[in-house]
Write a protein that binds this ligand. Structure first.
Ligand SMILES: [Fe+2]
Length: 455
């Protein structure tokens, strides 16, 4: 395999010196190379501008220029080839000056042999390579640092790098704007120093927690009229020790305000909704004074049973609302029938038995978050299919409706009616116990009796 020939440029006007250099190169074990010659500075500059050389050997005394100026002229054109000065003058000051101007070595003619020259060339090339690598590394480092700086400064969050005590070592532009201080004023301070007054507790920053958990920690705090979200990410070394922290501060005042407005608006809607349900509930009861408070008492019993049976919050809420308006369908029944003191005729009874369907029709279009209309429709169904209006059986009836059914019966039997006196609680329990598993869900009955016995 042929090694690539290296090209060496000798800038020397004295043919005898050129010959000596040529001989020295031949004497040293240097491998294959090409030699190019220039006998003046202008010729040398021309050649340097035409190609890159492995090394340039330069005499400091040329016909068109002499002294250190030659190095300056060469350096302006040179694209990175190492430069060795071959001088006839053994002068330390000039040698040092030459090196400081970019030459890699300074050799005195007649004081080096072939090996000395080759060694000097090799060192010069090596030094030049190291210097080029270092320069590239520095340039890359500066470029990367600049990229990071631009990136950090472009971020809308205030970002800072802190030590373990929270003292800021680096910060981005948003941080500077947020705390209204320049970088010099920020460095060495903690977020607490910059953002908070002494009223805030020491642990306002999640830094201490992040030091222990070694995980991201978040805290939202208020300073003045602003809400700030503070995220702390610990930076770990290879042994998982926390060595520093990244703090990310975000002004979430607007988000927080919107959240609070939504919350307030939701709670207002909820209040209006509940008031509407209560108004509907009252609407039934004003027409039938004997059942006044009936639906509210059914609600209390039904909710207690639902909780005892382990129903979820959503089902309990459904039972609460459905209980309050389960008899809403009665508004279509004449008050004279509702409060009739005597026994009802078959027609009157049939009319009363329409109230679950009427109730269902009234509320079915309302977009409740729970199946209220269906519960109302089923509250007179019985598990053996003897109920109305659908004659549904067992699992065909919703548990919410089964609970309201038992609560309704207990409440109705133990209340005063125009056609009879109130029965005792025991009598109402006898009714549901007798029909447990026939008309009423056995689990619901057991729970109901257990709850009343506890009272
Ligand atoms: Fe009813």
């Amino acid at each position: 395999m042929n090694a690539k020939k290296l090209t060496i440029l000798i800038i020397e006007d004295n043919p005898a010196d050129t010959r000596l250099i040529k001989e020295a190169l031949a004497e040293g074990n240097f491998g294959a190379y090409n030699l190019k010659y220039a006998d003046s500075l202008s010729d040398g500059l021309k050649k340097i501008s035409e190609e890159d050389f492995y090394i340039i050997l330069l005499d400091l005394s040329l016909p068109d220029s002499t002294g250190l100026e030659i190095i300056t002229s060469i350096s302006e054109k040179n694209k990175g080839s190492p430069l060795i000065i071959l001088s006839g003058t053994d002068n330390l000051e000039i040698a040092i000056k030459s090196l400081s101007m970019g030459a890699q070595d300074y050799l005195v003619k007649g004081q080096f042999d072939g090996n000395g020259l080759i060694r000097s060339i090799r060192y010069a090339v090596e030094r030049k390579n190291i210097e080029a690598d270092r320069k590239l590394f520095e340039e890359t480092l500066i470029k990367v640092a600049k990229e990071w700086r631009v990136t950090f400064d472009a971020m809308k969050e205030a970002i800072s790098l802190t030590d373990l005590e929270g003292r800021i070592m680096r910060a981005n532009k948003t941080m500077s704007i947020m705390v209204n201080k320049n970088f010099k004023e920020i460095l060495g301070n903690t977020c607490r120093d910059l953002l908070l007054d002494t009223e805030h507790p020491q642990d306002i920053c999640p830094l201490e927690r992040a030091k222990l958990s070694k995980k991201r920690e978040i805290r939202i705090f208020k300073t003045g009229d602003k809400f700030i979200e503070c995220i702390v990410d610990p930076i770990l070394d290879e042994n998982s020790n926390v060595i520093s922290m990244v703090h990310i501060l975000t002004d979430i005042t607007n988000i927080k305000k919107s959240e609070e407005e939504i919350k307030e608006s939701l709670s207002r809607i909820k209040r209006t909704f509940e008031q509407t349900i209560k108004a509907l509930s009252l609407l039934v009861e004003v027409r039938d004074p004997y059942t006044s408070g009936h639906q509210k008492r059914v609600l209390e019993t039904a909710v207690a049973i639902a909780k005892d049976l382990g129903l979820t919050g959503k089902a309990i809420e459904a039972i609460r609302l459905a209980s309050l308006i389960h008899d809403i369908g009665k508004i279509s029944i004449p008050a004279s029938i509702l409060s009739k003191p005597g026994k009802l005729t078959d027609i009157e009874r049939a009319m009363i038995e329409t109230h679950p369907i009427t109730g269902y029709d009234i509320v079915k279009e309302i977009d409740f978050p729970y199946p209220i209309a269906k519960i109302i429709l089923q509250h007179h169904e019985r598990i053996n299919g003897s109920g109305y209006p659908g004659g549904l059986k067992g699992d065909g009836i919703m548990i919410e409706a089964k609970i309201i059914a038992v609560s309704d019966v207990i409440e109705a039997i133990s209340s005063h009616r125009p056609y009879r006196e109130a029965h005792t609680l025991k009598e109402s329990f006898d009714e549901i116990s007798k029909n447990k598993g026939i008309l009423y869900d056995p689990g619901v009955v057991d729970s109901c009796i257990k709850l009343f016995n506890k009272q």
